[in-house]
Design a binder for this molecule. Sequence first.
Ligand code: CP
Length: 308
Amino acid sequence: MSPSGSLLNRSLLEVSQLDLETIRKIFDKASRLRKAPVTERGIAPRVLGLLFFEPSTRTRTSFEMACHRLGIRALNFDVASSSVTKGETIEDTALTVEALGVSALVVRHPISGVCHRLVEYLKIPVINAGDGTREHPTQGLLDAYTIQTELGDIKGKKVLIVGDVRYSRVARSNMGMLPMLGAEIGVCGPATLCPGAEETGREFKVFRNIEEGLEWADVCMMLRMQTERQSSFEVPSLKEFSLRFGLTAERLKKLKPKSIVMHPGPFNKGIELTQDVLRDPRQRIHKQVENGVFVRAALLSEIMGVEV
Ligand code: CP
């Protein structure tokens, strides 16, 4: 899938589809939207379908809030009470939703690559809101936007990704996007959850000691332990993982004063981080959520052709 300058009527399945010009355009538009007052807009004759086969708080509601900003209608399909429970396949469900008249579809699903399969069936654009362990491109966009707005620039910044890299679609999207924007990536965690460059084919530093990683980092991006995707053999216990790699106020002493702490959410308090980390002034977790609305609104305006 090659990068393209225009996203109009195109699907977004992975970050490699985005070129630098498009990313910058989305960021500029997100910044404009962030400053714009919320006003009543005429309702655009477009409907965004939201089809989530996995739970979500941030992604689904920020797409809804983004629609509100743009005057687009968001139509939530409740998968639990849909005909999926009667055995309808995801392809047939998506085709039905398309036939109902939605203009674009946001999809989250536990199977990696499912959105790639859907675009073979559908005429409308598909936005990947997280497919298994593969990608979460709008999270990658909002994380990069947060680093840019909080630190001034991404170029030359050292981003430490901590925890369950192996099963994290957020890590995969960030490891694809941030180097494009000039960041250096480091990963930190047990070897079972943090594969090295030889396994992934990507260039990054590996830290097996979180204190060393924190001393190096401008950004510490903690990841959720994806226990629903892991086998039972990756870590001896969550407690052991937390003791070795969890972020605490004590460990934060190693992080530079101007560095920031991120987490895509939802976080497991007491596993990836402790309550006192949330009180640290370098924490930007809710800023990520806030930025997600504007970045997704900017992306939707590009894909659905809504002027802002
Ligand atoms: N970061 C993220 O995707 O959160 P949700 O699962 O709540 O959407």
